[in-house]
Design a binder for this molecule. Structure first.
Ligand code: PLP
Length: 474
């Protein structure tokens, strides 16, 4: 693919510099005037066409289905973008006087009340900037809670089916991670949990639904076990798509949790843009939430900094406000019944695809899934691997699923269709995977050497990661 430097100079210019019409000035030193002569004069229309065609070589939710498991790459209604772009939201200064920012504060307050309603948690902080930042906030709350109780607990238990950020957040806070194994049916090995629980354990973090897309059947029992030893129960609710409007994390016995607004609640993500990972806590933990907290009293809404037990600030001002605006717009538009049917459709879509594909590919845990499910490459003929399948999917015009994650399933292919795809699209994706499965028998080289139709063909993945070419050189 050509770069802008490869386009030959044309006789017009995108930006004609006006003739110099002032008297002599001191000439710039030569080294500032030197040029590698690489930037050609290119007309504006050529610049536009070049970058537009480059953008078309990429994937996006606006162009194709994006079944990336654990990421919830769903379609985000454009209305939410319009609302976040309104002057009153986009133009408000973060230091605006609170009396003049009542609308913004009301929105934050109402959003945190909605999240509290959806999860059963008592109070929320909207400050954390992403899921992992929410985890960090949650683990800091756990730490502070035991510090105030003068209990020296330094272990946090995490199942092998957890999201990878969980152990990282725990280690960052100085806790020791101990891994709980899963059983072959995908649930946490509850006997192992019981044997690992002692007075050093501060908490357990459970990704719920777990990274196999399964709703663990022993959550109530886990909560009981943990609480009987004085430990806390943390829910990683980054992907709330399957659960919202159906069941509340607090009712299951979780003491605190985070949510990713940029997954479930309609903020486009994947390009590294801003996110939001609100943290919700039980009554008992509310006093540890980061400052400031939005409160409502007889005078209206205000930011409360007077929280002596707070873990402190986690973000400048009050988190990523416009992500909150999008989430609020999304929630208001759907309402309670819309939230519920979103969850039902997310689960239905995942199970529909699972049912269509589980006899074509190995399905390590074959049971009803939530918003996503996991296949793998076990038993594929001719040495075909998950990587080959993922690359071949690109030739059919779909984004690849998440691969080689979760780590406790070798060669995992993790598929999350989301509720926003139609049955026609789900069928087209299923037919793609079925065709590729046939190719594995009939034309394995075609699959091995994929992709064939993308601008960049099969890359040396190790070299691409270790020695990325980040600068264009002539
Ligand atoms: C995405 C995800 C996270 C991390 O969220 P970031 O916003 O990427 O930091 C944590 N847990 C689960 C289950 C996730 O899917």
């Amino acid at each position: 693919m050509a770069t802008i430097f490869d386009i030959p100079s044309s006789d017009s210019s995108a930006f004609p510099v006006p003739q110099y019409d002032i008297a002599d000035i001191d000439a710039l030193p030569d080294e500032l005037l030197s040029s590698d002569d690489v930037l050609h004069d290119v007309a504006e229309i050529e610049v536009v066409r070049h970058y537009t065609s480059l953008s078309r070589t990429n994937y996006s939710v606006d162009t194709q289905m994006y079944p990336l498991g654990s990421c919830t790459m769903k379609y985000n209604p454009k209305l939410n973008e319009r609302i976040a772009g309104c002057d009153g939201f986009a133009g408000i200064h973060p230091l605006a006087m609170q009396a003049r920012a009542q609308g913004a504060l009301a929105l934050l307050w109402e959003l945190s009340r909605s999240l509290a309603e959806i999860t059963g948690m008592k109070e929320f902080s909207l400050a954390p900037a992403a899921g992992a930042h929410g985890e960090l906030t949650g683990v800091m709350i756990i730490k502070k809670y035991f510090e105030e109780k003068r209990e020296n607990r330094r272990v946090i238990l995490i199942p092998d089916s957890a999201h990878g950020t969980n152990p990282a957040s725990v280690a960052m806070c100085g806790f020791e991670v101990r891994e709980i194994p899963s059983r072959s049916d995908g649930d946490v090995d509850i006997r192992a949990l019981a044997s690992m629980l002692d007075a050093h354990v501060a908490a357990m973090m459970l990704t719920n639904p777990n990274t196999l897309g399964l709703f663990d059947r022993n959550i109530l029992e886990m909560a009981k076990l943990l609480h009987s030893k004085g430990a806390l129960f943390y829910a990683d609710g980054a992907n709330l798509n399957a659960v919202m409007g159906k069941a509340k994390m607090r009712d299951m016995g979780f003491d605190l949790m985070h949510i990713n607004l940029h997954k479930t609640f309609s903020t486009p993500h994947g390009g590294g843009g801003p996110g939001s990972g609100p943290v919700g806590v039980s009554d008992e933990l509310a006093k540890y939430l980061p400052v400031p907290v939005v409160v409502k009293d007889s005078d209206g809404y205000r930011l409360d900094y007077n929280r002596p037990s707070s873990i402190g600030r986690m973000h400048s001002f009050y988190g990523n406000f416009l992500i909150c605006v999008r989430a609020y717009a999304y929630l208001m538009r759907l309402g309670a019944s819309g939230i519920r049917s979103t969850a039902e459709t997310a689960v239905l879509n995942a199970n529909y695809l699972r049912a269509r594909l589980k006899d074509m590919y190995n399905c390590p845990v074959d049971r009803l899934c939530m918003h996503e499910f996991v296949l793998n490459d076990k038993g594929l003929p001719n040495g075909i691997t998950t990587n080959d399948i993922a690359k071949r999917i690109l030739d059919y015009g779909f984004h690849a699923p998440t691969v080689y994650f979760p780590l406790h399933v070798p060669g995992a292919i993790m598929i999350e269709p989301t509720e926003t795809e139609s049955k026609q699209t789900l069928d087209a994706f299923a037919e793609t995977l079925i065709s590729i499965r046939k190719e594995c028998d009939e034309n394995p080289e075609l699959v091995h050497n994929a992709p064939h139709s993308t601008p960049v063909k099969k890359v040396d993945a190790v070299r691409a990661a270790r020695k990325p070419a980040l600068v264009w050189k002539k």
